[in-house]
Design a protein around this ligand. Structure first.
Ligand code: SAM
Length: 340
């Protein structure tokens, strides 16, 4: 047993262990269960770690464009995918560039392109051409991609086109649970994709979902340890939301406090990384995204990219998704003592 965790019974001892870099299973498990004043102390430690590594207290502001909702995956937690009946779209290049122009003129310099998982070569080539065009017209625009599992050649093409970063969450580190929630995929395959993404030179991000049906507290501890082991520069955690038209529509919502404690631990274990306060947090509980910032997040995503008429066609976790605005973030970021 690690020295700092001998007889670790009180919250203060657990916090001292975490501060000393003891990320034993026992310490992490105890920290996930902290509530009330103990949880506040955990968040304080997380903010201390964040503010030491990001002393300017600035959050990264991203604009998202959901470029297509076509998804060939079959995630049981998602409203989209091969088994669902919904109207498909792909935003074509001229319309896409108009959206990018609007985002650029609003002063934004970080663009997140998200889509369903669609490895059709024509779609990946379309995204590559969109990225090339963005980089040609706006060389100072940073492009983050979140398109799911692709082939190594496709990641290579997207990187050559100018993609800077790639988000690929492993969702859960438990291989059996992974196969259960994503019956057409395997955890090994997802992690191989993540490795390719890194090897192709993308700055990579990964993360988990907290509160998945069948997930245990020990699974979440293993998620935390895997994220640390992967040593990436971005990470993310969001609570599970029972999407209405998904197979998990009647399951209970993920617990907000457990998700926030997971975020705080991620921050303590990986102080230098970027971590978003996700819109799913706001969906799960009052002031969820503000609490995410208080738990150590330092990235926000404004939903000002996807055109209004397409927004309801990208209902990943709910048909009534939360789509945070600039005003919302200005208020919560200021309240959290941070800057946009
Ligand atoms: N399809 C791509 C993929 O799987 O990486 C990218 C887009 S996917 C819609 C983005 C993320 O949404 C997923 O990685 C997952 O963590 C999250 N998500 C989807 N449905 C969710 C749900 N019901 N509850 C919580 N998170 C969800």
């Amino acid at each position: 047993m690690p020295i700092a965790m001998k007889n670790a019974t009180t919250a203060d001892e657990v916090l001292a262990a975490l501060r000393a870099g003891d990320f034993s299973h026992e310490a992490l498990r105890a920290a996930l269960l902290m509530r009330g004043g103990e949880q506040e102390k955990l968040f304080e430690l997380a903010r201390e770690c964040r503010d030491r590594c990001f002393p300017d207290k600035r959050v990264e502001v991203r604009s998202v464009i959901e470029i297509s909702n076509i998804c060939r995956q079959g995630c049981r937690y998602c409203n989209m995918g091969r088994k669902r009946d919904y109207e498909h779209y792909i935003i074509q290049l001229p319309a896409f560039m108009k959206l990018v122009e609007h985002i650029y003129r609003s002063g934004r310099r970080v663009l997140l392109l998200q889509s369903g998982e669609n490895s059709a070569q024509s779609f990946v080539e379309h995204v590559a051409l969109c990225v090339e065009e963005v980089k040609k017209r706006y060389p100072d625009m940073l492009v983050i991609l979140c398109l799911g599992n692709l082939s190594r050649t496709q990641y290579h093409r997207l990187r050559q086109a100018g993609g800077d970063r790639y988000i690929l969450k492993f969702e859960t580190s438990n291989p059996e649970l992974y196969s259960h929630i994503k019956p057409f995929d395997k955890l090994d395959r997802r992690l191989t994709c993540l490795q390719w993404i890194t090897e192709e030179g993308f700055t990579a991000s990964t993360g988990n979902i907290v509160g998945l049906p069948g997930q245990t507290l020990d699974d979440i501890v293993e998620d935390l340890l895997l994220i640390k082991k992967l040593k990436l520069s971005m990470m993310s955690c969001s609570p599970f939301i029972p999407a209405e038209n998904s197979e998990f529509g009647d399951q209970p919502m993920g617990d907000l406090d457990t998700a926030l404690n997971t975020m705080a631990l991620l921050r303590i274990m990986n102080p230098h990384t970027l971590m978003p306060t996700t819109s799913a947090l706001e969906k799960v509980g009052h002031d969820g995204q503000y609490r995410g910032l208080m738990a150590g997040a330092n990235t926000v995503t404004i939903h000002d990219g996807t055109p209004e008429d397409l927004k309801q066609l990208f209902p990943i976790y709910s048909v009534s998704r939360v789509r945070p605005t600039q005003e919302h973030f200005e208020e919560i970021v200021h309240r959290a003592g941070l800057k946009m």
